[in-house]
Design a protein around this ligand. Structure first.
Ligand SMILES: [Zn+2]
Length: 195
């Protein structure tokens, strides 16, 4: 395998997943950074527009990549890609289910697809299309955070949603109007969902 192929992998799907504050976007950008310097290899960046509605889920990705396409529907992605050989997506949990067939098509076209997203929602359930994206992946990096619960510091794989300082209930909507919600990273022992 040449040095070139070590970084650029046509038809290969790489996924970075984990809870909030586990450094997914950072890992994604670190991966992209090495690819950026290759001549003749351009990169297309995508993010679902849903992300704009939920401030708690805001990532640094868009600030880093000014040329990121924000799409309402996954079906827009293939039309926006020109001759880019690398396709990068962040906050993939908010894409619609069509993202899997789009990803398959990109892989058929020998694109190197690199995706980051939350694998579990605040309830601890698989998040949106992420289970299917992970099933398609050739390589998965599952990241953990550090539990935010006071005095714990254990590895954390869950995203804790708090509304007005209290654990959110299972029925609480994805997007809140009025109430203040925020997120912490928690271990299994300290992850709480009100039934
Ligand atoms: Zn903990």
């Amino acid at each position: 395998m040449s040095e070139f192929n070590k970084y650029f992998r046509p038809g290969f799907l790489e996924v970075f997943c984990g809870p909030m504050k586990s450094g997914k976007t950072l890992e994604l950008m670190h991966r992209v950074e090495r690819l950026k310097y290759m001549s003749g290899i351009s990169i297309a960046y995508f993010k679902p527009s849903t992300d704009k509605r939920s401030k708690g889920f805001h990532s640094r990705f868009q600030n880093i990549e000014n040329n990121c396409y924000v799409v309402d529907n996954s079906s827009e992605i293939t039309d926006l890609i020109k001759d880019e050989k690398i396709v990068v997506m962040d906050e993939a949990q908010f894409f619609d289910d069509g993202i899997c067939s789009v990803t398959n098509k990109l892989l058929d076209e020998k694109k190197n697809v690199i995706i980051a997203g939350l694998d579990l929602d605040f309830k601890g359930d698989p998040f949106g299309p992420m289970p299917n994206i992970l099933a398609l992946a050739n390589e998965i990096t599952k990241l953990s955070g550090i539990c935010d619960y006071k005095g714990c510091n254990n590895p954390a794989y869950f995203t804790q949603r708090l509304i007005n300082g209290e654990p959110a209930s299972r029925e609480s909507p994805l997007v809140l109007v009025g109430d203040k919600d925020y997120y912490e990273t928690r271990c299994r022992k300290h992850h709480q969902v009100l039934e």
